[in-house]
Write a protein that binds this ligand. Structure first.
Ligand code: DX5
Ligand code: ZN
Length: 216
């Protein structure tokens, strides 16, 4: 199964956003993960459209936008306009999940749905055929630099089994607390894509850390 690493720009140096985006551009990471937080769905505020547009200008990579916002249906089209290739919203945040999925698709992006650590993957059973990706949060959303929740491994395996049983090719992405130390276990449990913020941008050699994660 092909592995993908998606460095999270939440841990980049915003004084050197262009430099850090181009570093990821040169690296073996195929995607760039972009965390949007509204201060309501999560107790933190990150950034929005102008920052996404700046990253889009500096990169041809797949821009994987993770919306941690309430009422995502109000904004998903604008995130696609601003450059998102994939828009992921939270199961816990949307009022009308099928409508939100349709808005993202109509705007021309791939669709992801995310679950927080306390939300069982079983709630996604009937939604799975409608989305391209499920994002399993392996920390409480809101901040980088937290420890990976070990129970996430079983959740990933359960989701992988559910995807297989339904005969789908839904991607599984895992986000939070991932480094070269545990990326191997996360991929082995069934993940296709791992997000990594602090481990990549905190590394002495971020490009080498990305390679170590791919080879873990
Ligand atoms: C957390 C975000 C993550 C975060 C991951 O709410 O969704 O994408 O940037 O950061 P690390 O890899 O440091 O846990
Ligand atoms: Zn994220």
């Amino acid at each position: 199964m092909p592995r993908i690493v998606a460095p999270s720009m939440l841990s980049a140096d915003f004084g050197h956003l262009d430099r850090d985006t181009r570093m990821v551009g040169r690296s073996a990471a195929e995607w760039i993960h972009i965390d949007v937080m509204d201060g309501v769905f999560v107790p933190n505020i990150s950034f929005g459209f102008p920052v996404l547009k700046a990253i889009r200008k500096a990169s041809d990579k797949c821009l994987d936008v993770h919306l941690m916002i309430v009422e995502p249906e109000r904004y998903v089209e604008r995130f696609v306009e601003a450059g998102a290739d994939i828009v992921t919203f939270h199961y816990e945040a949307a009022r009308d999940i099928p409508a939100c999925i349709n808005l993202i698709r109509k705007a021309g992006a791939r669709v992801g749905i995310s679950v927080k650590p306390a939300t069982p993957v079983e709630v996604l059973r009937d939604i799975l055929p409608l989305v391209d990706m499920v994002l399993v949060m392996s920390v409480e959303p809101g901040f980088g630099g937290q420890a990976f929740i070990p129970a996430s491994l079983q959740k990933i395996a359960d989701l992988r089994a559910m995807v297989r049983r339904q005969g789908l090719d839904t991607l599984i992405e895992v986000d939070g607390g991932i480094s070269a130390r545990n990326a191997g276990a996360v991929f082995a449990a069934g993940a296709d894509v791992v997000v990594a913020g602090s481990s990549v941008f905190g590394a002495a050699d971020p490009e080498a850390e990305i390679v170590r994660m791919l080879e873990a």
